[in-house]
Design a protein around this ligand. Structure first.
Ligand code: OAD
Length: 257
């Protein structure tokens, strides 16, 4: 069930005008957009960590200490996946994801940086995409950065090893304490630097470096449009703040173009 939106038509039309007039419009997306696909957010009301507490901040270091133990624990969860994994496995793109793919098709959205690992932007048809925190459906070699679907790495070794360089393979999802993979960071910075408008959608804007991208756009003289069900630290700096669910607001923006 969608939450109510307080956005009026004039705000939507103003947002549509800004998007149409932008030279290089990008989007930074967070967990909020996938809530309407049944995936819980992390923070805030009903958030995974609001209910369960934050996971340890040194997840990557734990992995590096004993990759085999990490993989054995992960493989043991295959039959009874945790809530987040179950929700992602069952999820489909919602009208918010589809609207972003449509903005790209119309040439109005140059690049989308998502913090989500749920693969829903890919399923929705977004191509110009950086999944800055990785993709839960992929694995990645920690030595050479080779990345691909699980089947490409599936072998009988635990932990799996990279066919290209023999390095240890982990989930592509960026763990706490793990540096953002350099290619993701480069792409994010590249597109942020070019943005004169950034849509900031469904993110609490608390996790860096992603939370810095809208600030970079503002510092460079650009603007941000925020879409969120609540106010965030970005709200005071947004040229337009659209308060409501992304799955409702984004299709309304498309209709207003
Ligand atoms: P958060 O859970 O921190 O924030 C979700 C945001 O979505 C909040 O600001 C909500 O108000 C908003 N929201 C909720 N429902 C919404 C809806 N239907 N439409 C629009 N907005 C809605 O999620 P993120 O900001 O994405 O990292 O968290 C950033 C990172 O923190 C995640 O990528 C994750 C975690 O560390 C990794 O997994 C590596």
């Amino acid at each position: 069930m969608n939450e109510p939106s307080t956005v009026d038509e004039a705000q939507l039309q103003a947002a549509a005008r800004m998007i149409t007039a932008a030279r290089y419009c990008t989007a930074l997306v967070g967990a909020g957009i996938s809530k309407e696909s049944g995936i819980p957010t992390f923070r805030g009301e009903g958030g995974l960590w609001t209910r369960q507490g934050e996971p340890p901040m040194n997840g990557y270091q734990i992995f590096l200490q004993d990759p085999r133990a990490w993989w054995l624990e992960r493989l043991a969860q295959v039959r009874t996946p945790p809530e987040f994994a179950r929700a992602i496995d069952a999820a489909q793109p919602n009208p918010g994801h589809l609207a972003l793919a449509e903005l790209e098709r119309r040439g109005l959205l140059r690049h989308l940086i998502t913090q989500n690992v749920d693969n829903l932007h890919v399923l929705a048809g977004s191509d110009n995409l950086t999944e800055i925190h990785g993709n839960r459906r992929k694995l990645r070699c920690i030595a050479c950065g080779q990345r691909g679907p699980m089947r490409d790495f599936a072998d009988d070794q635990v932990p799996p090893h990279c066919e290209h360089c023999g390095g240890i393979v982990k989930t592509d999802t960026v763990m706490f304490g793990e540096p953002i993979p350099p290619d993701f960071l480069r792409a994010s910075v590249h597109h942020t630097e070019r943005s004169d408008l950034m849509l900031v959608i469904g993110t609490s804007a608390t996790v860096y470096p992603a939370a810095d991208f809208p600030l970079q756009v503002l510092r460079g003289g650009g603007s941000i449009i925020e879409i969120n069900t609540t106010e965030t630290p970005f709200t005071p700096y947004a040229a337009i703040s659209l308060l409501g669910p992304a799955g409702v607001i984004l299709p309304r923006i498309i209709a207003a173009l």
